[in-house]
Design a protein around this ligand. Sequence first.
Ligand code: SF4
Length: 92
Amino acid sequence: MTISSVSGVGVSRRTILLGCVAGGASALATGASALTMSPVKVSKDSVHYVTTASGDHRCGACKLFVAPSSCIAVSGDIGRDCGCRIWLPKLV
Ligand code: SF4
């Protein structure tokens, strides 16, 4: 089925949907890249940073941790045994 009756252009609904999916995937890829490369960091309060993390969700085991005491996404000094709500597991 086309939507030519609406727009006067013979573009199929399938083409429009595929374009939306491709655009969304591109935006997600750009967002992930921006998080990894961005010099702008969020505050500790905004991610509920705690100085004593529970379980395995500690900064030292987070993908965003930068030794010895920094984080790609969160500003300020970061402790290995601390944690926050955007913790990401390191991929081995
Ligand atoms: S848990 Fe990860 S994202 Fe959160 S402050 Fe620690 S290193 Fe950064």
